[in-house]
Write a protein that binds this ligand. Structure first.
Ligand code: G6P
Length: 612
């Protein structure tokens, strides 16, 4: 999704803006641009494609300036062309924007009637003209922006500069993330703090509705024209600066980081084979009152939620529903007293999940229904973490690859901890069962390391996929969501059409697709469903399908003609989905590399989907 970087300093900030945009590349974008204010002029360059194209243009034009804004655009309104790339200019005003201005068409009609000429098809350009126009009556740039914001409908974050205000950067947060990076004698903005980590570790997290004016030495934040205080938070120095290191792609690095990420995530909650007393304690939610769980999430995070449903119901007898946020938010679901709403999100900023959360909280308050909310998230400072009663952090470190890997498996570990915690409080699970599951959880990083050793075998199998057009993933029980996740990974990064199915559904449709040319991936841990799964494998083979089986080493499943087997170390069936994520991730990764796709930034996709 789109990214914003901006700053005001004494030195020229051209390189800071370009480096900041590069650090946002992982989010997915299709064009980039930058504008600097210098000697009463707006100096702008924009390019389609990667940030290096912009960098080259900026270097050739020798652009310098100590006040500026920059942007990576992921097209929503209008194609990815140079004219549609940000910043957009109206006379002395330049604007970058994330999000969507929903009423831009009517605003555009009004502005055209006033004589403003539009040079792009974007919704953003209206903001530049509106600010330009507001300055005819407003006493200064800040006041002009304050007049414009109430006219805009939708979700947005803005960075605005003006040639007559060479030491002033105005920024707005209204439904789209925006942080201020606090420097010494210089200040910055970005839609993602990651962009600013090389220059500062001190941040102000703006709240919805905030408008801020930054100069070199001051930061003022206003709500409805009144100054407000926003604390400066210092980020832990351990927040990694995210580099690929020895790996060819971030995705591969992140796959390999999983054992450590799981270890970190569970360590925060455990004391030997028991849950720490202070784990999820210091909040105003009494888990003993919880009667239902409703999980809301998107994409890979939704698959984590699907697995947790099995755990909540099987282990602690607590009813659990899971729904994708983009449906949940628009269908007026019944809000039931004593329900725990769990948002699962790597970023904590996904527009649909956030909107579903806010809408639920609002409706519950209106109807006086008692609910609790909790976020499982990888970004401690995100909107979701800040807006729910509880948060449970996945300590996976920054995830850069668009296809989620370590965030997913750490979400699973966190969800298991949550299930055990609620079960303990509600006394719906025996203490020795908790200890035994925790002992198995501690063992998971080692099992994951052993599974990663299978990388070369998986690479060999990948070669058989590279020419395929379609692929089926099958699993049962908690491996069904892993089948969905495997199919999602493969389609996201290799562009092979893939479907995940519950193996028991095979006869109800997908069997019709099976022929000589259809690879079928099977997830076969040692669990109660193994025999049934073996029958499903027979059904596929009888129709000429080629099987690629990730099977428990004790499963008895062996290599044979058109049946390729990679043995996975034996693991507690309950926790198997964490481990079986690895082979499907590696398979997708290698197939994508063999097909020559852009693994870390697949076409048309974004890391953090902050617009609908
Ligand atoms: C995008 C990403 C996925 C991610 C999904 C939900 O589609 O490409 O990897 O699973 O958003 O994101 P979240 O940050 O809420 O987990």
């Amino acid at each position: 999704m789109c990214g914003i970087v901006g700053g005001v300093a004494e030195r020229s900030i051209t390189n800071i803006l370009i480096e900041g945009l590069k650090r946002l590349e992982y989010r997915g974008y299709d064009s980039a641009g930058l504008a600097l204010i210098n000697a009463g002029q707006v100096l702008r360059q924009r390019r389609v494609g990667k940030v290096v194209n912009l960098e080259q243009a900026v270097n050739e034009a020798d652009l310098m300036g100590s006040l500026g804004i920059a942007h990576t655009r992921w097209a929503t309104h209008g194609k990815p062309t140079e004219d549609n790339a940000h910043p957009h200019i109206s006379g002395p005003v330049a604007v970058v924007h994330n999000g969507i201005i929903e009423n831009y068409q009517e605003l555009k009609d009004d502005l055209e009637a006033l004589g403003y000429v539009f040079t792009s098809q974007t919704d953003t350009e209206v903001v530049a003209h509106l600010v330009h126009d507001a300055l005819k009556s407003a006493p200064n740039l800040l006041k002009a922006v304050e007049q414009v914001v109430p006219q805009l409908k939708g979700a947005f974050a803005l960075g605005i500069v003006h040639t007559d205000y060479p030491d002033e950067l105005i920024t707005v947060r209204e439904g789209s993330p925006l942080v201020i990076g606090v420097g010494i004698g210089e200040n910055f903005i970005s839609s993602d703090q990651l962009a600013l980590l090389p220059i500062t570790n001190r941040f102000i997290y703006l709240e919805e509705g905030d408008i801020a004016r930054l100069t070199r030495d001051s930061i003022e934040v206003f709500v409805n024209g009144q100054p407000v205080e926003r604390p400066i938070k210092e980020l832990d120095a351990t927040v990694s600066n995210a580099s690929k290191g020895e790996y060819k792609h971030y995705m591969l690095k992140e796959i390999y980081e999983q054992p450590e990420a799981i270890q970190q995530t569970i360590s925060q909650a455990l004391n030997g084979n028991t849950l720490r007393d202070d784990f999820l304690k210091n909040a105003d939610v009494d888990f003993s009152q919880i009667q239902n769980v409703q999980i809301i999430a998107c994409g890979t995070s939704y698959h984590a939620g699907m697995i947790a449903k099995y755990w909540f119901e099987q282990l602690i007898n607590l009813p659990c529903q899971v729904e994708i946020a983009s449906e949940f938010r628009y269908r007026t679901p019944v809000i039931v007293n004593h329900t725990l709403y769990v948002c699962i999100s790597q970023s904590g900023e996904t527009a649909d999940t956030l909107a579903a959360l806010r809408d639920t909280q609002k409706r519950a308050a209106e109807k006086n229904i008692h609910i609790a909310t909790l976020t499982i998230c990888n970004v401690a400072t995100s909107s979701m973490v800040r807006e729910t009663h509880h948060s449970l952090l996945t300590l996976a470190g920054p995830e850069i690859g668009v296809a989620s890997t370590k965030a997913f498996t750490t979400q699973l570990a966190a969800l298991m901890l949550l299930v055990l915690k609620i079960g303990q409080v509600k006394q719906s699970i025996a203490a020795d069962e908790i200890s035994s599951i925790i002992a198995d959880l501690w063992h998971i990083p080692k099992v994951m390391l052993d599974t990663l050793q299978k990388d070369k075998e998986i690479l060999r199998l990948s070669d058989l996929f590279k020419e395929k057009q379609h692929c089926l993933f099958l699993g049962r029980g908690t491996e069904f969501p892993i089948a969905l996740e495997g199919a999602l990974k493969l389609k996201e990064i290799s562009y092979i059409h893939a479907e995940g199915y519950a193996a028991g559904e095979l006869k109800h449709g997908p069997l019709a697709l099976v022929d000589n040319d259809m690879p079928v991936v099977i997830l076969a841990p040692q669990d109660d469903m193994l025999d049934k799964l073996k029958s499903n494998m027979e059904e596929v083979q009888a129709r000429g399908g080629e099987l690629f089986v990730f099977a428990d080493e004790t499963s008895g499943i062996k290599e044979k003609d058109r049946q390729h087997v990679v043995l996975v170390p034996n693991v507690n069936a309950l926790l198997a989905p964490i481990v079986y994520s690895i082979p499907v991730q590696l398979l997708s990764y290698h197939v994508a590399v063999l097909r020559g796709t852009d693994v870390d930034q697949p076409r048309n996709l974004a890391k953090s989907v902050t617009v609908e």
